[in-house]
Design a protein around this ligand. Structure first.
Ligand code: GTP
Ligand code: ZN
Length: 212
């Protein structure tokens, strides 16, 4: 423990609490990622050793791991862990599921809402799992269209549904903060499978539900 830490602990706690460390300079989370972030900071003309940036490589490494945690998750496991036999014949819709993803071109966030519907085939899935499946694919480097398709295909395959519909609406910060700099434009993508693709009335019913 440094002399400064000892003094801090003495003032704060009246003793040298060895478990309490006001400074965490030595904490290492992922040396390779942290070294990359440190280089990036240097390359953009920053001083990675100034106080505000000292723990930034570690924070960025942790944030990147969270934002790309979808690579380590399986939509199949999530869906199959909460499928229930249920004779439901009507469409089920989970709408306005917030999501945050990162575009693979600029590694900048895009975010918005997903609307997911399916026509059960004797089985329903726990509702939270629909939102979890969105996150499994959103927490990766993505393009919005692929993300939309992956959510639809995973549900179609593992739920054995009569049909699945996914509509995603998103704002892309790579189009807002830089590049073309359009603040208000949003992108809508859709993926229709089974009955939602084959039957215009089924598709219209879904579209009407998500508009309200
Ligand atoms: N289709 C699709 N395009 C995306 C998505 N996210 C980002 N893009 C686009 O990917 C394209 C990459 O184009 P490039 O010309 O290689 O990159 P750039 O020079 O940075 O382009 P600008 O953004 O126009 O400055 C851009 O048009 C982005 O708007 C996405 O989710 N789907
Ligand atoms: Zn982008």
């Amino acid at each position: 423990m440094s002399d400064k830490s000892k003094l801090f602990n003495l003032l704060a706690h009246g003793h040298y609490a060895s478990s309490f460390e006001p400074e965490h300079d030595e904490e290492v989370y992922d040396p390779k990622k942290e070294a990359l972030v440190r280089s990036m900071l240097t390359e953009i003309g920053e001083d990675p050793d100034r106080e505000g940036l000292r723990r930034t490589p570690l924070r960025v490494a942790k944030a990147m791991d969270f934002l790309t945690s979808g690579y380590t998750l399986s939509a199949e496991d999530i869906i199959k862990g909460a499928v229930f036999e249920e004779e439901v014949k009507e469409m089920v819709i989970v709408r306005d599921i917030e999501f945050y993803s990162m575009c693979e071109h600029h590694m900048l966030p895009f975010f918005g809402h997903a609307h997911v519907g399916y026509l059960p085939n004797g089985r329903v899935v726990g509702l939270s799992k629909v939102a979890r499946v969105v996150d499994v694919f959103a927490r990766r480097l993505q393009v919005q269209e692929r993300l939309t398709n992956q959510v639809a295909d995973a549900l179609m395959e593992h739920l054995d549904a009569h049909g699945v519909a996914v509509v995603m609406e998103a704002s892309h910060t790579c189009m807002m903060m830089r590049g073309v700099q359009k603040q208000s434009s949003t992108t809508v993508s859709s993926a229709m499978r089974g009955a939602f693709q084959d039957d215009p009335r089924t598709r219209s019913e879904f579209m009407a539900f998500i508009k309200n």
